[in-house]
Design a protein around this ligand. Structure first.
Ligand SMILES: [Zn+2]
Length: 247
């Protein structure tokens, strides 16, 4: 495979561009479900934090309610002791009841202080709950809109991919089977770049456009030969001079 017509080089360069278009579209199509998955996960996370905030609010409300019941119990206890005060005759029993009433009143005060703190907590939790509910609603709308957009884009990409594959087949048909096989092999080995043009910088240094390694003097002579198929010694890619192909 020493000879390669310049028309074939041109066809290979075109084929490579078509292959890239196909890969690019296939990549875009593959990324759609990933992106939708990410959007759904972010939404579920937000919903989890909304549910956690709701749980906190309910827990605090239940706690406040139970403290209020405890207050009612203390009131009842105080009333009962006060009724008993009228019935006891002994001084010691009377004193003991007064002491019980004091203890109950003190306990009631403590619970009332706790309730005040809880009322603050319930207010804050209520604000957080409302805020997260609004955020979830907004995020759900955004999610639905974005998913719809992505699904529509995917349909367009799929149509474009079909067209790109047809164009790719058309380009491949212009190339001999042996060269095409070589191209496919190198492309698979070299991350999609099978054929690279040769670069020449201002100082006259000539290098492979695929791996940037300088070419040997013999290689430079080879690539200037008309219709010769040349490979880079370093990366094994097919290399060509723009001016010999397009010049
Ligand atoms: Zn190279």
């Amino acid at each position: 495979m020493k000879l390669m017509h310049t028309t074939e080089v041109r066809a290979l360069v075109e084929l490579q561009a078509r292959d890239r278009a196909v890969d690019d579209l296939a990549g875009k199509i593959a990324s759609v479900p990933e992106e939708i998955g990410g959007i759904n996960r972010a939404f579920e996370e937000k919903k989890d934090s909304m549910n956690a905030a709701k749980e906190t609010l309910v827990r605090l409300q239940v706690e406040k309610k139970s403290k209020e019941l405890a207050i009612a119990e203390k009131d009842e206890e105080i009333r009962k002791h006060q009724r008993d005060l009228n019935m006891v005759k002994e001084n010691n029993a009377f004193k003991a009841l007064l002491s019980e009433i004091e203890t109950a009143k003190k306990a009631k005060d403590d619970i009332e202080t706790e309730i005040l703190g809880l009322m603050d907590d319930v207010d804050k939790a209520g604000i957080e709950d409302k805020k997260l509910q609004q955020e979830v609603k907004k995020l759900e709308e955004e999610k639905n809109r974005r998913v719809k957009e992505l699904e529509a884009a995917k349909i367009n990409f799929e149509a474009a991919l079909e067209a790109a594959r047809a164009a790719r087949a058309e380009a491949a048909a212009k190339i001999s089977e042996a060269v095409l096989e070589k191209y496919e092999f190198i492309r698979a080995q070299r991350k999609g770049l099978a054929i690279a043009h040769i670069k020449e910088d201002k100082t006259g240094h000539i290098s492979c456009g695929g791996c940037n390694m300088g070419l040997t003097a013999q290689k430079i002579v080879d690539v200037k030969t008309h219709d010769a198929l040349v490979f880079c010694d370093n990366c094994q890619r097919m290399i060509y001079l723009d001016k010999t192909v397009y010049g």
